[in-house]
Design a protein around this ligand. Structure first.
Ligand code: CA
Length: 406
């Protein structure tokens, strides 16, 4: 969710597709937990933490073995966007979101009036992050954040830096009295409360919506949802605008996927809104996105899509939030279906695709199974020679065509 650089930003999520490229290296260190707590004190003190706060938070610190296990078991995990959407934008999340819209309607209206962020999007983020707070009741997931972050810092390795900086931010929260160290709960990697803010994000964006002097994203729904709205607003949310539109793309225009131009310029190229309605705000700049190529829905994404990605820097996440928001509002499924299954090819099959393209004189790069821009350009050329939508997408269908000698 948050703008933290490097691999540290990528591991803490419990819910999202992320390509974890950093390996957790458990560092060998001689310090006992008590020695480590003592050694970290100057850092905390320099950040303005009092001895009393420090003692209350870390006086009895012992590393949490569950955190260490999570930290070392984050296997690389990679799925298609549509598999992710099937898992996250479920009927249950939609229906519960609509119930929450009823239950918290007056509160959501006030939050929207103050921050200018669409209440359905705020609800959708709540739904994606903690299933509307449901996850917070799960002791297998919810841990003490100070202990978790101290464990990461104590253990060393690639997550220690993240652990240390987040721990300092968490100690500041405790010192301010927003919540006691004991009640500061969150994920194993420090994502806290209904909207899963890590401590530094909390420091920058959490708000006290009900005015009781505490920014309580753990127990106060108003504080939690207003904090999310404030975060989106401060990240550049455009009031009154949506995240993007499902569109139909002329066969020859898939090569423009990833490029950006105004909605009216896309319109001139024959890209149309699904359902045929006109684009509001035709001057908005939009990026063409077609994660399943010509075999699935395509989208024009506008500025607010990127704002949602500030929460979690993944297209899949932002699309899930945007679509869930639309569904909570009463909108329907996408006009075009996603492919039925995960149709990705094995490395051997990918190499076969490259070889068959090379045999046709369309590809001259390495036969290594890595589908980069060279391979995609070759696939597009091949698709064009057959009069197909040139989306550059690798698929079982493509391999079968190549194998059949076409
Ligand atoms: Ca409050």
């Amino acid at each position: 969710m948050h703008p933290v650089a490097g691999c540290a930003a990528r591991f803490w999520r419990h819910s999202v597709l992320i390509f974890v490229s950093c390996v957790f290296a458990g560092a060998v260190h001689a310090a006992t937990p008590a020695q480590w707590v003592k050694s970290f004190w100057p850092t905390a003190k320099a950040a303005g933490i009092s001895w009393a706060t420090y003692q209350a938070a870390l006086g009895n610190f012992t590393p949490d073995p569950a955190v260490l296990e999570k930290a070392s078991n984050q296997a690389e995990f990679n799925q298609t966007i549509w598999m992710y959407l099937h898992k996250t934008v479920t009927e249950r999340r939609i229906v519960t979101g609509q119930a929450m819209l009823g239950q918290y309607g007056a509160l959501l209206k006030k939050i929207e009036a103050r921050y200018g962020v669409d209440r359905h999007v705020v609800l959708a983020i709540w739904g994606m992050e903690t299933t509307y707070g449901d996850v917070l009741n799960n002791p297998a997931i919810v841990k003490n954040v100070i202990r978790s972050l101290a464990t990461l810092a104590y253990q060393g390795g690639s997550r220690a830096k993240f652990g240390r900086s987040q721990l300092v931010a968490a100690l500041k929260i405790a010192q301010h009295g927003d919540i006691t160290p004991q009640r500061m709960t969150g994920s194993w990697a420090g994502a806290m409360g209904h909207t899963q803010f890590i401590p530094t994000t909390y420091a920058a964006y959490a708000v006290d919506f009900d005015g009781d002097g505490k920014r309580d994203i753990w127990n106060n729904i108003g504080d939690a949802l207003a904090s999310t709205a404030n975060y989106l607003k401060k990240s550049g949310w455009q009031s009154g605008a949506t995240w993007g539109y499902e569109v139909t793309v002329p066969k020859g225009s898939y090569k423009l996927v990833g490029s950006e131009r105004s909605l009216s310029a896309w319109q001139k190229l024959g890209v149309r809104r699904a359902g045929g309605k006109a684009f509001p705000r035709p001057g908005d700049s939009a990026r063409l996105f077609a994660p399943a190529g010509a075999d699935g829905p395509a989208f024009l994404l506008i500025k607010n899509f990127g704002v949602i990605k500030r929460y979690n820097n993944a297209d899949a996440y932002a699309l899930a939030v945007g679509h869930l928001a639309d569904r909570i509002r009463g909108g329907g499924a996408f006009a075009v279906d996603w492919p039925d299954a995960d149709l990705r090819l094995s490395d051997t099959e990918l190499m076969q695709v490259q070889k068959l393209l090379a045999d046709r004189g369309l590809y001259s790069g390495e036969i290594d199974g890595n589908i980069g821009s060279g391979s995609r350009a070759a696939i597009m050329s091949y698709q064009e020679t057959l009069g197909l939508a040139a989306d550059g997408q690798v698929s079982q269908k493509l391999l079968e065509m190549l194998q059949s000698g076409k």
